[in-house]
Write a protein that binds this ligand. Structure first.
Ligand code: NAD
Length: 240
């Protein structure tokens, strides 16, 4: 913790990569840890794919809403982990957050530079006319259709599905190249292409790399500092 504190206080520009783990203390289960959603039903990976959406859009929406607990999403609040990142920004550091999460909690915490690599559950757009619809509208219907009378197409969630392109990847590489600290929080680093990122920067001498994760990952040896623990609790201890 002393080393983490020193690395953070020395850093001016911090790139952060977050995953589902940062939001578990807000009540949203992750996918891969021992109690995560993934182990309940592995076929989820097939369901939240572009291919499934195109073949079975109605069933897709049923499962999608279920997996991401869409009905509850208004009630989730940022926890100390999200808030610490906002606080670092407020203290004058240039903090750029690249998140694999789709829950919108970094925005809700008030962070200014948030890049959602996997999109957001808060929006869905019409594949035909492009009209964007917000979560409130999505929740009103079992299978949400475009509100444009002439269109009425089944909406596609803003979330990046398996088979879709991950977003903001170039911006992330550019940002990490300019940073003195790369902070990776709450991710199993199993999902490609994100798992490649720490590998690509491991030999950059001017960059400190820190991983905070509840469980060990296969990439632990690549980092300068690894803390196994809950990010919310660690953030609270740091803030104190
Ligand atoms: P993951 O489920 O693969 O891994 C989460 C990691 O976080 C695990 O290694 C676990 O040990 C760790 N973890 C759990 N609680 C933690 C805590 N309190 N503090 C620190 N670490 C903790 O998640 P991933 O690597 O982000 O990949 C999963 C994919 O699923 C992503 O693409 C993401 O879009 C999606 N997803 C998003 C959410 C969300 O938006 N909140 C939730 C579930 C899944």
């Amino acid at each position: 913790m002393r080393k983490l504190k020193a690395m953070i206080s020395e850093a001016k520009t911090i790139s952060v990569l977050t995953g589902a783990g940062i939001s578990t203390e807000s009540g949203i289960p992750d996918f891969r840890s021992t109690k995560g959603l993934w182990r309940e039903d592995v076929s989820r990976m097939d369901v939240i794919s572009r291919d499934y959406f195109e073949r079975e859009p109605e069933l897709f929406w049923k499962y999608f809403k279920d997996i991401f607990q869409i009905k509850l999403s208004h009630s989730y609040e940022p926890n100390s982990g999200h808030l610490l990142l906002k606080e670092l920004e407020r203290s004058g550091k240039d903090v750029r957050i690249f998140t694999q999460n789709v829950d919108g909690l970094h925005h809700k915490a008030g962070s200014g530079k948030v890049y959602e690599l996997h999109g957001s559950i808060l929006f869905a757009a019409c594949p035909e006319c492009g009209k964007e619809h917000h979560l409130d509208y999505i929740n009103e219907q079992i299978v949400p259709l475009c509100s444009d009378e002439a269109c009425q197409q089944i909406l596609k969630p803003d979330v990046v599905l398996f088979g879709d392109m991950v977003r903001c990847f170039e911006e992330m590489y550019e940002s990490i190249s300019e940073s003195d600290l790369f902070l990776v929080i709450g991710t199993s680093l199993e999902v490609f292409p994100v798992r490649q990122v720490p590998l690509d920067f491991r030999h950059k001498a001017t960059l400190g790399m820190v991983l905070i994760n509840a469980e060990p990952t296969r990439l632990d040896p690549v980092f300068d500092l690894v803390i196994h623990g809950k990010s919310g609790a660690i953030a609270k201890a740091l803030a104190e």
